[in-house]
Design a protein around this ligand. Structure first.
Ligand code: ASP
Ligand code: MG
Length: 446
C-alpha cells in the first residue's frame, strides 16, 4: 500500500516535472539577470562609450543593456523628420550632421574602420529620405527618429565586441510590440512578454545590447513610445524577464531633491518608494520617465538610479518601502508651460462634458496636461508648450468657449512642502495659479 502510494506520488512528481520543466528552467534561468539603461548623455562621445565598457566590466551577471540615442540626437532627428515631411531640402544638411556625429565617434572607437552595420543603417536612412513622405507625420516621425537608437546601439555593441566584451545586438522591434499609435505607442504586453522571453533567453549569451524608446506594430512598422521613453523600455524588459533589478545610469549621483543646474544645495535622496518616484517624475523631475515605475512596482523589482561618473557609489534605490520616509522638500520645476483658460461663451458652468471635449482635443494633438483647476466658469489647464501649432486648437475651442492663454510659464511642484519652501519659491514671482494638497504644493509662475 505504502509502496503503491510512493510510486503514485513519484509518478505524479515525474509527470509534473515533465510538464513544467520548461517553465522551471525558464524561472531558474531568468531569475538572475539585470537590466541596465544608458541614456543619451552616457553615450554622447567615444570617451563616454569607453566608460560604458568600464562599467560593464564590473559585473559578471547576465545583463540586458538598453541604450538611447547618443547625446541630443533625438532632437536633431525631430528636425530631420519635420524637414523630410515638409519636403524641405534642409533635410540633407540635417542628415549630414547626424551622419558626421556618428562617424566621428565611430572613427575614434574603431580607428577609422567604420563597422559595416553602421554604414548599412546610415544608407538605409539616406534611402528613406529619398522617397516622398506619406501623409501621416506621426508615422514618418517614428520611421526616422528611431535611427538614433538603431545607430547608437550598433556602435556600442560593435565597440564592446571589438574590445573583447562579447554581446549580441538585438533589434528590439522583433519583440517589443505595440499598437499603431505612432509617437506614443501602447505596448502589447502579452505578445511582448512571449517574444522577449524567446529572444532574450540567455541560453548562449550573457550580454544583450538593445534599443530603448522604439518598438514595432504587428505588421512590423516602427513605432516609438514617447520622448524619453528608453527608461520605460528598460522597465518593460525588467518586468517580462523578471529582472533582479533595473539600473538607470545618469550624469547625476542619483535622484536629487532639486535640479542641481537650477538650484543650489541639491542633495541626493538615498531611498524612495515607487509612489514617491512616480509623483516626482510625473511632476517633471527629469531623472526618470514617469511610466518606468509601474512595470517594476507590479513585480516588486527595485529601480536603481546610479551615476555613470562614479559607478561604485550607491545612488538611489526606488522600491517598496514599508516604513515612513523622512523626506525633505523636493523641488521640481517644469519650464516652457502654457496656461490655457477657457470659459463657456454663454456664461454657463463648466461641466464634465466640457472637460471631456477639451481633454479629447488635447489628446488628439498629443498635448500633455500637467495641471487642471476648475472654478464655476473657468477651466484652467497647464500644458507643455506643444510642438504642434496651438492656434488651430484654440480656434476650435473658441467655437464654444472664450479661450485665453499665457506662454513661457514655469510649473513648480514642491513635494513635502513647508512654509519656508513655499515662501522661497514664491518670492519675486508673479503667481498665475496655485494648488496645494496635504503633501504637494504647485505653483504656475512667470
Ligand atoms: N532618445 C529618446 C529621446 O531622447 C528616448 C530616450 O532618450 O529615452 O527622447
Ligand atoms: Mg534621449
Amino acid at each position: 500500500m505504502i509502496f503503491f502510494r510512493m510510486c503514485k506520488f513519484s509518478c505524479n512528481a515525474v509527470e509534473w516535472l515533465k510538464n513544467n520543466s520548461l517553465v522551471l528552467s525558464k524561472i531558474l534561468k531568468t531569475s538572475k539577470m539585470k537590466v541596465f539603461k544608458f541614456g543619451g548623455a552616457s553615450v554622447k562621445s567615444a570617451e563616454a562609450v569607453r566608460n560604458v565598457l568600464q562599467i560593464l566590466k564590473g559585473y559578471n551577471e547576465n545583463i540586458v543593456v538598453v541604450i538611447s540615442a547618443m547625446g541630443k540626437t533625438t532632437n536633431l532627428l525631430e528636425t530631420l523628420a519635420k524637414a523630410y515631411f515638409e519636403k524641405s531640402d534642409n533635410k540633407w544638411s540635417v542628415f549630414q550632421k547626424f551622419r558626421n556625429y556618428h562617424t566621428d565617434i565611430s572613427d575614434l572607437l574603431f580607428d577609422k574602420n567604420t563597422p559595416e552595420s553602421i554604414s548599412i543603417l546610415l544608407t538605409e536612412l539616406e534611402n528613406k529620405l529619398r522617397i516622398p513622405p506619406s501623409f501621416d507625420f506621426n508615422f514618418e516621425y517614428d520611421q526616422i527618429v528611431s535611427y538614433g537608437e538603431l545607430v547608437s546601439t550598433r556602435l556600442v555593441s560593435e565597440y564592446l565586441n571589438f574590445a573583447g566584451f562579447t554581446n549580441s545586438w538585438i533589434d528590439i522591434r522583433t519583440c517589443l510590440r505595440t499598437n499603431n499609435k505612432f509617437r506614443d505607442a501602447t505596448v502589447d504586453w502579452d505578445l511582448t512578454e512571449k517574444l522577449v522571453q524567446q529572444v532574450l533567453n540567455f541560453e548562449e549569451e550573457k550580454l544583450y545590447v538593445t534599443q530603448g524608446f522604439i518598438g514595432a506594430t504587428k505588421p512590423n512598422l516602427t513605432t516609438t513610445l514617447g520622448r524619453e521613453g528608453s527608461d520605460f523600455t528598460a522597465a518593460i524588459l525588467g518586468n517580462v524577464l523578471n529582472a533582479e533589478d533595473v539600473s538607470i545610469w545618469k550624469d547625476v549621483p542619483g535622484v536629487l531633491n532639486a535640479d542641481p543646474k537650477k538650484m543650489e544645495g541639491a542633495v541626493k535622496i538615498d531611498e524612495l518608494s515607487y509612489r514617491e518616484a512616480i509623483e516626482m517624475s510625473y511632476s517633471g523631475a527629469q531623472v526618470i520617465h514617469p511610466k518606468t515605475m509601474k512595470p517594476l512596482h507590479n513585480k516588486g523589482i527595485p529601480l536603481l538610479v546610479k551615476s555613470f561618473v562614479s559607478p561604485l557609489e550607491k545612488g538611489t534605490v526606488i522600491h517598496e518601502v514599508d516604513h515612513k520616509l523622512q523626506l525633505q522638500p523636493v523641488f521640481i520645476v517644469k519650464e516652457n508651460q502654457v496656461l490655457i483658460t477657457i470659459s463657456p461663451i454663454d456664461f454657463s458652468f463648466i461641466s464634465i462634458e466640457d472637460i471631456n471635449k477639451v481633454a479629447y482635443l488635447l489628446q488628439e494633438n498629443r498635448i500633455k496636461v500637467n495641471l487642471i483647476q476648475q472654478s464655476a466658469i473657468d477651466f484652467n489647464l497647464v500644458v507643455d508648450f506643444p510642438e504642434v501649432d496651438l492656434n488651430p486648437i484654440l480656434k476650435k475651442l473658441s467655437e464654444n468657449y472664450i479661450a485665453r492663454y499665457n506662454t513661457d510659464l514655469k510649473l513648480i511642484t514642491i513635494r513635502h512642502f513647508n512654509k519656508e519652501a513655499l515662501h522661497k519659491m514664491k518670492k519675486d514671482k508673479k503667481i498665475y495659479l496655485e494648488q496645494n494638497s496635504r503633501l504637494t504644493a504647485r505653483l504656475v509662475v512667470k
